[in-house]
Design a binder for this molecule. Structure first.
Ligand SMILES: CC(C)(COP(=O)(O)OP(=O)(O)OC[C@H]1O[C@@H](n2cnc3c(N)ncnc32)[C@H](O)[C@@H]1OP(=O)(O)O)[C@@H](O)C(=O)NCCC(=O)NCCS
Length: 168
């Protein structure tokens, strides 16, 4: 197996194009999201709201993965809960970049004061379920027929991970 040297850092709006490219591959693969419309770099720039951490993983100077948090609900009682996503460039999947991205995102989210990350994963997405289990997520249950992708009903596995004091 090839050796990889991945480093994670906080993303900036200057990474928006690289993030959009990786996300758009993920959208067209149809394995990780209900989204079907590609995103522009400008749309990704709007993710940087000053509150929700986003990280990128580089190999050399190439961005090969990102992981992001976003708002869960606007109610103050859920202020410490965030949604998350993680996407690895097609030609770098299965080599540890997703693990590096999620580890960095968990650290950044905890440092930003979040007490929980959550998301939903298609049951067939074995790579994502394996990665989440590896970095400490719990599978909460299954949403049945949570949405349609290309006209077909899809279930979703709900995952959550507690952070900081909530995890003690
Ligand atoms: C899901 C995804 C983020 C995982 O990232 P990755 O870099 O490919 O995963 P890693 O190489 O870090 O592997 C993490 C763990 O998952 C396991 N894994 C990775 N790919 C796997 C696969 N296809 N089948 C089973 N297990 C897999 C690895 O074995 C590893 O466990 P290990 O440390 O015990 O070996 C990546 O494959 C991806 O971008 N997929 C498309 C988009 C997507 O589905 N995003 C998630 C939306 S919920």
């Amino acid at each position: 197996m090839a050796e990889h040297s991945f480093t994670a850092r906080a993303a900036t709006p200057a990474d928006a194009l690289a993030i959009a490219t990786i996300y758009n591959h993920g959208i067209s693969d149809r394995t990780g999201t209900f989204e079907t419309e590609p995103r522009s770099a400008q749309q990704i720039e709007a993710w940087f709201d000053g509150r929700h951490p986003i990280v990128v993983v580089e190999e050399g100077r190439e961005v090969v993965a990102f992981a992001s948090t976003s708002a869960y609900r606007s109610r103050p009682c859920y202020a410490g809960v965030a949604e998350f996503s993680v996407y690895v460039a097609r030609n770098h999947r299965g080599s540890g970049a997703g693990h590096v991205a999620m580890t960095a995102l968990l650290g950044a989210a905890q440092a930003a004061g979040f007490w929980k990350l959550l998301s939903r994963i298609f049951p067939e997405n074995t790579a994502s379920r394996a990665l989440m289990s590896k970095v400490g997520f719990r599978e909460v249950g299954l949403y049945r027929r949570h949405g349609k992708l290309d006209g077909a009903w899809r279930d979703c596995v709900i995952v959550e991970r507690l952070l900081g004091e909530a995890a003690e």
